[in-house]
Design a protein around this ligand. Structure first.
Ligand code: FAD
Length: 596
């Protein structure tokens, strides 16, 4: 019974209570084991600080399901100790609020409901949502031997990322990059004709890419015996989910319902685009999903929001021939990235845009026959309203937390719709986990996948924690912009004494041979520990190149580890080794430097 007990007594997480001035104290003894029956006040663990040792008592009687700590672990107030099948508790018990990942204050825990009816399906683990978080959680859960059901409203698995996000956008960005490169070849002596665009064929190719991947997921679900139930899920109580079955592409409900009874649940219901309230309902106004549908190539397009998604779509459309304006309320594009990286991107992309309006906002959009008439306000607002054939709204994404009936399960959802979790991805209800976009920033597929593995492993009783030193960000624009770990801006804000080296691609043989030497590779070291804490790259393929820096940060490499690693020549990847050598003042591919 790996994760069973579904429908049994309620499983609660026992945490370290307020133990005075202690924090990060080591456990010197674990006094209980899984399977033990304990009474209230029985000692569970002994911790020792430099002043005293003390026992942490059980808050109530019950059976220990799972011990989450071991000798040597360091704990503080709120750290999870064990899972307890509490005696005499009901589904309606009030769970403790979970301390959210990055959230300031935990949302209040609602009173859970009680479902008195039966169930059509029973499982050990139910995963709600089949995006990169959901399918990864379901597959890992099944691989760990737990009977797993995956609930998804749409016809295909893969969520936003595979269907209307990462993958289709990259398929189109690939086409854009090749088209632009073909144009650039004229300067090197090879001229091609003007590209002929067959939009239906291009769309078809993008759909084929998506289909290949989503079809692959369906096959893998089957091979693992993960039952996929297609419909919209709503919690009935902490152990039951009702699914309103859907047909077709998933938008129509068939009217049939199924109730699933689960032992544990992993919520992976993702996020959706934010809609600006003053923008009219008009087919010429699209979000990223609409833009990826590629119904036409507008002559003139306004991109509202200068974040990664907006700029990636702007790149695609401009390469297809659209004239683009970008409007952004903040004083810079691609917030989160250090400004030196963005400057390089801006210089290369200047000809791509008619106007980039920073510190400016859209105040009104009028849908007219001849186009969408937009008024602006702010530092760079044009004097007259402008008319566009298409508007892309890309002002951020909002989590789907408020649409799940989570309150019936007693799961706390904050005002914005985020669900807070601890490092094991548990919500305030011990047997319900949450992962991916729905738990907070950064909303990225690779973060969702790693959280998914932790959640499934924790659900199976393993001591997995999400404890990443870095989560990389990449803008797949041209050039690409990628960063991992601490940025310089973060180091400054956090008062970290750091040193950096910036290797210019103008000194990279490969970048010069590629005709693309505008980029650079930056490494950031902690001056105290001498270990790498951050890195960033702007240039072609920066998104692939950043992985070496991700690994170096996770492994706590110092500059010698990176600089003395033999990189193949001539590659763009060499720039990582050279940046590290530069930090030490020993790079021979640059003019003489000051040795550290
Ligand atoms: P989602 O992918 O949002 O999946 C959630 C799933 O849950 C959906 O399939 C939804 O239908 C389902 N669902 C929700 N509620 C219910 C319910 N009640 N019942 C049944 N099913 C439900 N990230 C990157 O890392 N790299 C990129 O290059 C990248 N590019 C992007 C480009 C675009 C245009 C967009 C929009 C996003 C991009 N992202 C990228 C972000 C990435 O797509 C998300 O971070 C990722 O999909 C989040 O995964 P998730 O599993 O949390 O949720």
């Amino acid at each position: 019974d790996a994760g069973g007990g579904y429908g049994g007594g309620s499983l609660e997480e026992v945490r370290v209570p307020d133990i005075g001035d202690f924090s990060d104290v080591p456990i010197i003894e674990v006094l209980v084991r899984a399977g033990d029956t304990i009474r209230a006040e029985d000692p569970l663990i002994t911790v020792e600080s430099d002043k005293a040792s003390m026992d942490v008592p059980a808050p109530k009687a019950g059976k220990v399901r799972d011990v989450l700590v071991s000798v040597g672990d360091k704990v503080s107030k709120g750290s999870a100790i064990l899972m307890l099948e509490a005696e005499g508790t009901s589904h309606a018990s009030q769970p403790a609020p979970a301390q959210g990942a990055g959230e300031k204050a935990a949302a209040p825990a609602p009173q859970a409901a009680t479902h008195s009816g039966g169930a059509d399906i029973e499982c050990e683990v139910l995963v709600l949502g089949a995006g990169p978080g959901g399918y990864s959680a379901a597959f890992r859960s099944a691989d760990l031997g737990m009977k797993t059901v995956l609930v998804e409203r749409y016809a295909t698995l893969g969520g936003v990322c595979l269907n209307v996000g990462c993958i289709p956008s990259k398929a189109l960005l690939h086409v854009a990059a090749v088209t632009d490169s073909a144009n650039d070849m004229a300067e090197h002596g090879i001229a091609f004709g003007k590209p002929k665009i067959d939009l239906d064929k291009l769309r078809g190719w993008k759909e084929k890419v998506v289909g290949k991947l989503t079809g692959g997921l369906a096959g893998m679900a089957k091979a693992r015996k993960v039952d996929v139930v297609r419909g919209v899920g709503t919690f009935l109580d902490p152990h039951h989910l009702e699914v309103a079955l859907t047909t077709g592409d998933g938008k129509e409900q068939s009217g049939d319902k199924q109730v699933i009874k689960f032992g544990k649940c992993i919520i992976a219901a993702g996020s959706q685009s934010v809609k600006l309230p003053f923008i009219p309902d008009d087919p010429r106004v699209v979000d990223s999903t609409g833009a990826l549908e590629l119904t036409n190539i507008p002559k003139r397009m306004l991109v509202i929001g200068g974040g990664i998604i907006g700029l990636e779509m702007a790149t695609v459309y401009s390469s297809l021939g659209t004239r683009i304006d970008v409007v952004e309320m903040l004083d810079g594009l691609m917030t989160g990235a250090d400004r030196d990286l963005v400057k390089v991107w801006e210089k290369v992309n200047k000809p791509r845009f008619e106007s980039v309006m920073l510190k400016t906002r859209t105040t009104e959009v009028k849908a007219q026959k001849n186009g969408l008439k937009v008024s602006f306000e702010g530092d760079n607002a044009p004097a007259e309203p402008q008319t566009y054939d298409m508007i892309l709204q890309s002002v951020g994404r909002t989590p789907n937390g408020k649409k799940l009936g989570a309150e019936n399960a007693g799961v706390a959802v904050d005002e914005r719709g985020f669900i807070a979790t601890d490092k094991q991805m548990r919500t305030n209800v011990g047997h319900i986990f949450a992962i991916g976009d729905i738990i907070g920033q950064p909303m990225l597929a690779h973060k969702a996948v790693h959280e998914a593995h932790v959640a499934a492993e924790a659900a199976a009783g393993q001591k997995s924690f999400f404890d990443a030193r870095q989560i990389p960000s990449v803008a797949y624009t041209d050039p690409e912009v990628a960063w991992a770990g601490k940025t310089e801006e973060q180091c400054k804000a956090e008062g970290i004494k750091y040193g950096k080296a910036v290797f210019p691609w103008a000194a990279s043989g490969r970048a010069i041979a590629n005709g693309r030497d505008e980029g650079f590779t930056k490494v950031i070291f902690d001056e105290q520990t001498h270990r790498i804490i951050g890195g960033a790259i702007v240039g072609t393929q920066a998104g692939d190149l950043i992985s070496e820096l991700c690994l170096a940060i996770e492994m706590g490499c110092d500059p010698t580890d990176i600089g003395k690693t033999i990189h193949p020549h001539p590659t763009l990847g060499e720039s990582v080794g050279m940046a590290a050598e530069m930090f030490e003042g020993v790079c021979t591919d640059l003019p003489p430097q000051k040795k550290r």
